[in-house]
Design a protein around this ligand. Structure first.
Ligand code: AMP
Length: 207
């Protein structure tokens, strides 16, 4: 449905890619540009860990190991957030889905709530660059006086990449088969990649 005040329509999209591909950075920029809600399951889980909720307690050690938190926990957390009124304007799924089961569950959830998945944007980055980017993120956090993420270290990153390749990468074919996948080479400058994403999402909001 079009928002008559702005002439745009809500867009729901997935940012897909390995850890360190720049999903969070690009999602934040898309949120700013189009008023979509960045919905990062990693952020929601870190919030639950910090708040010491039951879900957070169950997720903490799994996240510190670099493994995937169970679909049940992730889906419950996601479903709650998606029910908030601001999500009606369109959502950027960042770090979700990460398994085929999550993708199936998302499809059902969207259908049940009358939403459409407009596009899956895959950010393609070479493995070697990911390690550098993540270790850099940890250094930048330290320089800014912020605590580094418990999982932004070289050992955990190896496990996170393994989890991505084994459990999440199959989603590339999954969404390609459904005609919703657009792949973007994402080795370049942040602003250049953002420009490409803006053009795609801008086209969808006016569709
Ligand atoms: P991220 O911030 O997306 O890099 O996620 C950090 C960690 O949170 C991951 O390594 C997982 O342990 C957990 N996590 C985030 N999103 C999911 C998800 N959709 N399914 C399972 N685990 C997740």
């Amino acid at each position: 449905m079009k928002d008559l005040s702005t002439g745009t329509r809500p867009v729901n999209l997935i940012l897909l890619g390995p850890p360190g591909a720049g999903k969070g950075t690009q999602a934040a920029m898309l949120q700013e540009a189009f008023g979509l809600v960045q919905l990062s399951t990693g952020d929601l889980l870190r919030g639950a860990v910090a708040a010491g909720t039951e879900a957070g307690l169950a997720a903490k050690a799994v996240m510190e190991r670099g493994d995937l938190v169970s679909d049940d926990i992730v889906l419950a957390i996601l479903q709650d957030r998606l029910a908030d009124p601001d999500c009606a304007n369109g959502v950027i799924f960042d770090g979700f889905p990460r398994t085929i089961a999550q993708a199936d569950a998302l499809g059902e959830l969207l259908a049940r709530t009358g939403r459409i998945l407009d596009v899956v944007l895959e950010l393609q980055v070479e493995d070697g660059a990911l390690v550098k980017r993540i270790l850099n993120r940890a250094k930048e956090a330290a320089a800014a006086g912020q605590p580094a993420r418990a999982d932004d270290n070289e050992d955990t990153l190896v496990q996170r990449l393994k989890a991505y390749n084994a459990q999440t990468a199959p989603l590339i074919d999954y969404y390609a088969a459904r005609g919703t996948l657009t792949s973007i080479p994402a080795m370049g400058e942040i602003t250049e990649i953002a420009g490409q994403l803006n053009a795609i999402v801008g086209g969808l909001t006016r569709a």
